[in-house]
Design a protein. Structure first.
Length: 144
């Protein structure tokens, strides 16, 4: 059976959401430590995203910022979420708030188009979109 690339296992949405929320909390706690970006850090994030999720094949989850991560696409699933974690991790390291939603992808969205451009090596649309999201987050505060 082929690997269902970029599809979450059926019924996993709530667990994935909880895992992402817990992971973001951990990133916030660790931000003052200004950890160096490493492959093992990203692998740990990926394992945390899929913790407890039944995966279609055993190696599915065992296998750098946003656009480059999405471009290299190292995992069968979760690359976009991991790329968005990288963006938030970078922001937190420099005292900025979380401003990139982990599940913003929608067909035809500005984000989808910007991410596609980034994967092709043109990061201008992503930079512009992220700047707008950050500005909005700074204007509206934590609940915005």
């Amino acid at each position: 059976m082929p690997i269902p690339w970029n599809d979450d296992p059926p019924g996993a949405a709530a667990l994935l959401r909880r895992n992402l929320e817990a992971l973001l909390s951990r990133l916030i706690e660790q931000a003052p430590d200004r950890l160096a970006p490493t492959v093992s850090l990203a692998q740990g994030w990926h394992r945390a995203i899929f913790d407890g999720v039944h995966l279609p094949v055993p190696y599915y989850a065992s296998f750098i910022a946003h656009g480059e991560w999405a471009r290299i696409h190292p995992f069968a699933n979760g690359n976009g979420r991991t790329a968005r974690l990288w963006a938030n991790w970078c922001a937190l390291r420099y005292g900025l708030p979380l401003f990139v939603r982990l599940r913003p992808r929608a067909t035809g969205s500005l984000y989808a188009a910007a991410a596609a451009d980034s994967m092709a090596g043109d990061h201008r649309a992503t930079i512009s979109l992220f700047a707008a999201w950050l500005e909005e987050r700074l204007r509206t505060g934590p609940g915005g």
